[in-house]
Ligand binder design. Sequence first.
Ligand code: GLA
Length: 393
Amino acid sequence: MTSALHTQFLQKYGASDEPVRTFFAPGRVNLIGDHTDYNGGLVFPCAIDQGNTMLIRATHDNTFKLASTNFDLIAVLSKDQTHQKYGDQWINYPLGVMQQFTNDGINLQGFECLYSGNVPNAAGLSSSASIEVVTAFALNALFNLDYDLLSLVKLSQRAENEFVGVQCGIMDQFAVAMGRADHAMKLDCETLDCEQVPLPAGDHDIVLVNTNQRRELSESHYNQRVRETREALAMLKEALGDEDEHYTQLCEVSVSQLETHKAIFDQHPVIYQRARHVTSEHQRVFDAVAALRANDMHAFGQLMYQSHASLRDDYAVSSKPLDSLVTIAMSIEGVLGARLTGAGFGGCTVNLVHRSATEHFKAATAARYQDDTGLSADFYVIRPSPGVREINE
Ligand code: GLA
């Protein structure tokens, strides 16, 4: 596949003495723990086998040429033009990364690059984090910038926060960079402690089902949820005064502590619900990883269902198509758990399915989902995969 891309690269940019280097970053799926990362909580994602390949070559001039096999466009930008947003194109992800290097005082030299991705867009599988991380990793390697991987993760998150304008947490960029084959990561988003947990091979499949629902206003709704949870934390801090001043993140508050202080939210029931989702979801990740370690896949699946209900009812980030897929999954024998994954508002569900039931699950879901919503679903059986890397052929 990469040799065909190499040919396309040369067709676009011509030959030169400089080597063309090839990098790859995966997408990710979050198995459980959504909307906890920006509240300092636990998440449990893994990198997937689909992702973005990036071919890049230094040009030693001050122009930046960016193209993708997925879209008909080559952006040819001078240094000044790299500081402005490029419409609402995918190019903003690499531009955001370049701006962060510039902010760090690095004077990037010219390059030409070609991206090719097979992560479905806007499906909650972090195609954008994948582009950011592959770009940061490639520029770091090409220009010997000497960043370690965690610094590239943080830089990519800042690109999304500051240039793209989504106040996301660190989960996506971290998972895309740090993935390991056949493992998922229990990541504490406050301390960045990360445990790679082996996923039991053999009996189960992780099946993603894409609603193919058009996501609308997801960025503004996402940022609104970030604000609501900050408000919940501020209200708790103010009401508790000195007593519990050590709270710096909502995920430090336990489910029972929140319940004890419920009266604080009497006039703000929605803020209370948001906080209840975040604190309970953090606990569910903890419980789910413990269940996995005890090889109790049934318990893991039940926690996935509970997570979906909480995201739907308390966090209000689900949608009719997502709910339809989860309801269908619950009724199919051999499915242990299902939930929306990622930010929500459309995108994919993640399903834990007995391998012997996977084909039936796909066929039955496809038909019933179409009847229910008029949409047709796509299915991907994924394998937890390694994170960002250079590909040497
Ligand atoms: C998006 C964000 C992540 C995370 C998830 C929800 O994917 O980029 O930081 O908040 O939503 O868990």
